[in-house]
Design a protein around this ligand. Structure first.
Ligand code: TZP
Ligand code: MG
Length: 207
């Protein structure tokens, strides 16, 4: 399982319709053509769809991932775990508690965001399959993002949990992606550097 998760994290696209300048379905298809290794449906923030519209878009994106064998994660929304037939669930510190998610979904991949030592210490790390570390760099995409933690945060987590897969997130682009991997992360999670690119397929390749 760990080896698989590590490979999945390599180029991890996180996205909802609110992040897209092109159609979300088109964005996802081109990103898959460029070589993303996982997709997280994160329909959240200003302009995000809710209710049935959120679920319907989720299913259209889910179908695209199924067709191309790309693992599909849902951000936080455990109500959609069954209906979208997700492979994994990503939760933040203020979302559903990892223990509950694990109890309800013993076979799903679970990822957890951690931004500080305190969060790391009080989280049930043994229940998760990977950690999302960030925001590594400043980001404009998430309005309530915490302060950028730098690549040192990845080194710190790695020191404490050498075998647990880590994906860096926040402000990652073509220029800085390599530094995140070099610090010890298995992969990079990216929103705007992919969704805002003029050529999405090429942007993924460049990462
Ligand atoms: N969590 C921490 S930073 C962030 C999330 C969801 C936003 C990342 O977006 P971008 O555009 O890749 O900086
Ligand atoms: Mg969340």
């Amino acid at each position: 399982m760990n080896l698989d998760v590590k490979n999945m994290l390599r180029r991890y696209l996180v996205m909802g319709s609110q992040n897209c300048v092109h159609e979300p379905e088109e964005t996802l298809k081109q990103a898959i053509a460029g070589g993303i290794t996982a997709f997280q449906y994160r329909e959240k923030g200003q302009g995000a769809l809710v209710g049935q519209a959120k679920e319907e878009l989720g299913w259209r994106l889910r179908r695209i991932c199924k067709k191309h064998d790309v693992p599909f994660f849902i951000n936080d929304d455990i109500e959609l775990v069954e209906s979208l037939e997700v492979d994994g669930i990503h939760v933040g510190q203020d979302d559903h508690h990892v223990d509950d998610v694990r109890r309800k979904h013993p076979d799903k991949i679970i990822g957890l965001s951690v931004s500080t030592i305190r969060e790391l210490e009080r989280s049930p790390i043994h229940q998760v399959d990977y950690l999302g570390a960030g925001p590594v760099f400043p980001t404009l995409t998430k309005v309530d993002a915490k302060r950028a933690v730098g690549i040192e945060w990845i080194t710190t987590i790695k020191k404490n949990y050498p075998t647990l897969p880590i994906v860096g997130i926040g402000g990652i682009d073509q220029q800085n992606a390599a530094s995140v991997l070099k610090a010890g992360a298995e992969g990079i999670a990216v929103i705007s550097a992919i969704t805002h690119a003029i050529n999405i397929e090429q942007a993924v390749r460049n990462l």
